[in-house]
Design a protein around this ligand. Structure first.
Ligand code: HEM
Length: 128
């Protein structure tokens, strides 16, 4: 019996692609997130598709092209506050709803993303 990865169980390339596109449409419109992202999110989305593919146990597309993810280090140039992490997760949750991603694989992915997003926080809340 073949053991299926979360990547396959979620629907593979097609699902990841739809999810990431729906996600960055929201990020690009979010008042707290848009300012720290590039105006053109094409390349960001391409890298995120590669990353999530390997994060979910699919082919190591991100590492093949970019090397070890070192995600926290790659996020250090950006001020990631607790409220930005929350906004990121809200965009992801809404994107999952939009593409009708359901079931235990969705819940497991979202739970992992909560932990990863928390790990990316590198700045205290802005109070100004
Ligand atoms: C890149 C923000 C969480 C994965 C980026 C970039 C920003 C950003 C501004 C650079 C975009 C660019 O220049 O193309 C945030 C914020 C987060 C967050 C505010 C809130 C916690 C996450 C999480 C993951 C992730 C949870 C993984 C599940 C990535 C990847 C890249 C990236 C793979 C591309 C890195 C590269 O340049 O190779 N993020 N991020 N991010 N982020 Fe995040």
């Amino acid at each position: 019996e073949k053991i299926h990865s979360p990547y396959e169980l979620l629907g593979g390339e097609h699902t990841i692609s739809k999810l990431v596109d729906a996600f960055y449409t929201r990020v690009g419109q979010h008042p707290e997130l848009a300012p720290i992202f590039p105006d053109d999110l094409t390349e960001t989305a391409r890298k995120q598709k590669q990353f999530l593919t390997q994060y979910l146990g699919g082919p190591s597309l991100y590492t093949e092209e970019h090397g070890h993810p070192m995600l926290r280090a790659r996020h250090l140039p950006f001020e990631i506050t607790p409220s930005r992490a929350k906004a990121w997760l809200t965009c992801m949750h809404e994107a999952m709803d939009e593409i009708n991603l359901e079931g235990p694989e969705r819940d497991e992915l979202y739970h992992r993303l909560i932990l990863t997003a928390q790990h990316m926080i590198n700045s205290p809340e802005q109070t100004d």
